[in-house]
Design a protein around this ligand. Structure first.
Ligand SMILES: Nc1nc2c(c(=O)[nH]1)N[C@H]1C(S)=C(S)[C@@H](COP(=O)(O)OP(=O)(O)OC[C@H]3O[C@@H](n4cnc5c(=O)[nH]c(N)nc54)[C@H](O)[C@@H]3O)O[C@H]1N2
Ligand SMILES: Nc1nc2c(c(=O)[nH]1)N[C@H]1C(S)=C(S)[C@@H](COP(=O)(O)OP(=O)(O)OC[C@H]3O[C@@H](n4cnc5c(=O)[nH]c(N)nc54)[C@H](O)[C@@H]3O)O[C@H]1N2
Ligand code: SF4
Ligand SMILES: [Mo]
Length: 726
């Protein structure tokens, strides 16, 4: 890309004004347009975060001018957030990956040799084959995160014969998903649009966007005046828009929930008919709740008992249009699963299930499948020993931290190759030094990314993927209250010598003698997926509109028939869980007070800001303007006693590492904890804005996980904070 030409198009406001008045027609594809053609609007799908909102790219002369929201998607509606807008900078980033690279110096030294795709494939396939020869296919690890092309990467892992695919859920949401599944047999959505009373533990929807929940919450709380209660040790944007904010003592949410349950059950405010018809275990629950009074919970949570009792009554009165929102990132504490179980039980007893304004089981749209040649199942058991240690957890996603422990220990067998796709484990796992050790003990590391991530920095081969605005992806169903099918299509030709994942997988498969399993094109794959959608020429329809949504509005109550069997052991909603008891866990959530920070130390807590996605956007030229480096949030009282002023550089130290960053001295956090944003203090100097700038949370976080779900416990680290010297 000629940078000057790009600047010419983006500089000044003139173009924006011109675009605003343009009713450019939508063409199926930009790629057929001759140079100098008029503005085109091409619908596609955002990839700047997990939400996959619908976008319309405005393109002229093969250059993306602007990204707009596509209101045809009922989930993202007319919204494209700051990150979505800044997707342009991902494409035109001068330091993005432009061609395949092979490591020239030591791992992590940053010396690279640009190579052809042939060389990169030959090299990687040679290394993977050598590992398979020496240790077996299970000695390879395949890490990936949600992306529409992930399916091809995972299929290559399985065709290769490895059982060791590991995905992000056990760094994110496995505890909350398991808790709701164990209670209702499925993970529901929350109908925030129609709810009248919403309680949020942490879940920071006005900064941590989930579509449609964020827009629903804006509509219901700001326009319809639904009540919102925010519990968060920090004063987040969500807290600032709430009717009440409680700076709850970290790690005590379960005490709050159990006390709500105590009041609701003792005062008979639960939905008796619903509980009698659909739930299992109320008697045991009632007995279990006896000690969990509001007065007791006040001591744990630091929320006044009378407020707890009032909230319990208001919540029960507002049901069925009342929700205790589940949250998404549940990688908080070692008992996170049980805290989320308590929420699920509370939602159940007031009868919120499958109701407008309550929880709703997700609807889906069935897609077709491209029938490819099947492979034999991998022979070896997983290296994380999931069957033995986490029998309740979905096998396919693995348990990340246990896996890292086992790989480092070489048990139950050695793992010597690591392929990574659209993930940055160097930043996404706690105790970074362990991840670096794990990388160093590999015979081979290959990374598929669009930029030189910190993990790519330690790789032997880096495969540059074309960005989401330069490629087709398989179509995807976004399930929920209003499911949709979305298409990602190229809006410009690839600028550099990059390839989509399918082509990368095919290049490797050819050399690994696995080509027969990947003998199709992306177009064939998509055609097979969409062939039964009830529109004429479905692929063309999606190219034109970007999204297919069911024509009717959401429906409620499909599971509310007395003979409905929930996918649980008893077939009912399980307040009391026999299955948990059998697995040696508490069948009802038992509260354990969190450890107190030792004198002079603080609990480190995490969270998001609206303008960054994890560790992947901090180097984005537009987004970095919002926060060029991260800060340590510290309450003024401890700051004064440590002689730390706003803007001072501080040193933050845990038992595993130490980082330096500037202090933000603020009332917006409790005195017993500190907070920092993720994704700074990068090791990769190709990420020039954040290389060595700010501090990396991954460097100080200690390793801990929830025993039932295997989910990482990121809020269990205590840190010492001092003013940095020199
Ligand atoms: N320390 C710490 N760890 C955490 C968290 C935290 O807050 N702090 N949060 C946790 C949570 S909730 C989650 S979900 C995980 C997220 O962890 P990750 O899935 O690792 O998320 P990102 O940091 O966004 O890294 C994604 C990588 O994908 C690359 N990428 C982006 N688009 C594309 C593409 O189109 N193709 C390819 N091939 N690559 C692409 C980016 O450049 C980036 O390197 O982290 C978890 N771990
Ligand atoms: N802008 C933006 N949006 C995103 C993402 C992103 O990276 N950027 N990532 C997406 C992903 S993958 C995820 S998982 C979600 C995450 O979204 P959320 O599930 O909302 O999680 P976090 O943003 O991590 O927010 C956690 C909040 O919990 C608070 N907290 C910490 N400890 C406690 C505690 O003990 N009790 C209570 N009540 N609160 C506590 C923190 O201060 C923080 O504000 O966001 C999604 N949306
Ligand atoms: S929330 Fe923002 S970054 Fe995420 S998919 Fe939607 S527009 Fe893109
Ligand atoms: Mo996440």
């Amino acid at each position: 890309m000629d940078r000057r030409r790009f600047l010419k198009y983006t500089a000044g406001g003139g173009l924006g004004v011109a675009l605003a008045g343009t009713t450019a027609c939508r063409k199926p594809s930009a790629l057929d347009q001759p140079a100098g053609a008029a503005l085109q609007e091409i619908p596609t799908t955002c990839e700047m975060c997990v939400n996959k909102c619908s976008v319309i790219a405005v393109v002229a002369d093969g250059v993306i001018q602007k990204l707009n929201p596509n209101p045809a998607n009922p989930k993202s509606r007319d919204m494209l957030c700051a990150r979505g807008n800044a997707g342009i900078q991902q494409v035109y980033d001068p330091s993005r990956l432009k061609r395949p690279l092979i490591r020239a110096g030591e791992r992590g030294e940053g010396k690279w040799k640009p190579v052809s795709w042939e060389e990169a494939f030959d090299f990687a396939a040679g290394k993977l084959s050598a590992i398979r020869e020496k240790y077996g296919p299970e000695a390879t690890l395949w890490s990936s995160s949600e992306s529409f092309q992930e399916v091809f990467f995972k299929n290559l892992a399985q065709a290769f014969g490895s059982p060791n695919i590991v995905r992000h859920p056990t760094l994110c949401l496995s505890s909350v998903n398991l808790a709701y599944s164990m209670t209702f047999g499925t993970v529901p959505s929350f109908d925030l649009l129609n709810a009248n009373y919403i309680i949020m533990s942490g879940a920071n929807r006005f900064e941590s966007f989930i579509t449609p929940d964020t827009m629903d919450l804006i509509e219901s709380t700001m326009n319809r005046k639904a009540r919102l209660i925010s519990l968060d040790p920090r004063f987040t944007v969500t807290s600032s828009k709430a009717d009440a904010w409680y700076p709850i003592k970290p790690g005590t949410d379960m005490a709050f929930i159990l006390a709500l349950l105590h009041v609701i059950v003792r005062e008979g405010r639960y939905d008796k008919e619903f509980v009698n018809t659909y739930c299992e275990g109320l008697d045991k629950l009632a007995e279990h709740l006896a000690p969990y009074t509001p007065a007791w919970a006040e001591k744990e949570t630091e929320i006044p008992a009378q407020d707890i009792a009032r909230i319990a009554r208001e919540f029960a009165d507002a049901a069925h249009r009342a929700v205790y929102y589940a949250g998404r990132r549940a990688s908080w504490y070692q008992d996170d699963f049980q805290m989320r179980r308590a929420q699920a039980i509370l939602n159940a007893v007031v009868g919120n299930w499958d109701r407008q304004g309550g929880m709703v089981p997700n609807a889906k749209i069935e897609l077709g499948e491209y029938l490819f040649l099947p492979w034999d199942d991998p022979k070896a058991d997983r290296v994380d020993e999931i069957d033995k240690h986490f029998p309740l957890v979905a096998k396919g996603d693995g348990v990340y931290l246990k896996l890292r422990e086992n790989v480092l220990a070489g048990t139950p067998y050695p793992v010597k190759g690591w392929m990574v796709h659209k993930q940055d484990p160097v930043n996404a796992m706690p105790d970074q030094s362990k991840t670096l050790k794990m990388l160093q003990q590999m015979d081979f590391v290959g990374v598929v990314d669009i930029q030189m991530s910190d993990t790519a920095w330690y790789a032997d081969v880096v495969f540059p993927e074309s960005t989401y605005l330069e490629r087709y992806d398989p179509v995807e169903v976004l399930a929920g209250l209003w499911p949709v099918v979305v298409l990602r299509q190229p809006v410009i030709k690839p600028l550099h010598d990059t390839k989509p994942t399918l082509d990368i997988v095919q290049g490797l498969a050819k050399r690994l003698k696995l080509s027969d399993y990947f003998d199709f094109t992306i177009e064939k794959w998509i055609e097979a997926q969409v062939k039964d959608l009830p529109v004429q020429l479905p692929f063309d329809y999606l190219k034109k509109h970007g999204v297919y949504a069911l024509p009717d509005a959401p429906r409620y109550g499909k599971t509310l028939t007395p003979d409905h069997r929930f996918v649980t052991k008893s077939g009912k909603i399980e307040l009391y869980s026999e299955r948990l008891a059998e697995a040696g866990h508490d069948p009802l959530p038992v509260y354990h007070a969190p450890a107190e920070p030792p004198p002079g130390k603080f609990r480190l807590i995490l969270g998001r800001k609206a303008f960054h996605t994890h560790a992947s956007t901090t180097n984005n030229a537009w987004l970095r303007e919002f926060e060029p480096e991260n800060h340590l949030w510290l309450n003024p009282a401890p700051a004064a006693s440590l002689s730390i002023a706003d803007g001072d550089t501080v040193e933050v130290t845990s038992s595993v590492g130490s980082v330096r960053l500037k202090a933000k001295v603020t009332q917006e956090i409790r005195p017993d904890c500190v907070f920092m944003l993720h994704g700074f203090g990068k090791k990769s100097s190709w990420q020039r804005y954040v290389y060595n700038t700010g501090g990396s949370d991954a460097q100080v976080l200690e390793t801990a996980w929830d025993k039932i779900s295997g989910n990482a416990a990121f809020h269990e680290t205590f840190v010492k904070v001092i003013k940095a010297q020199g």
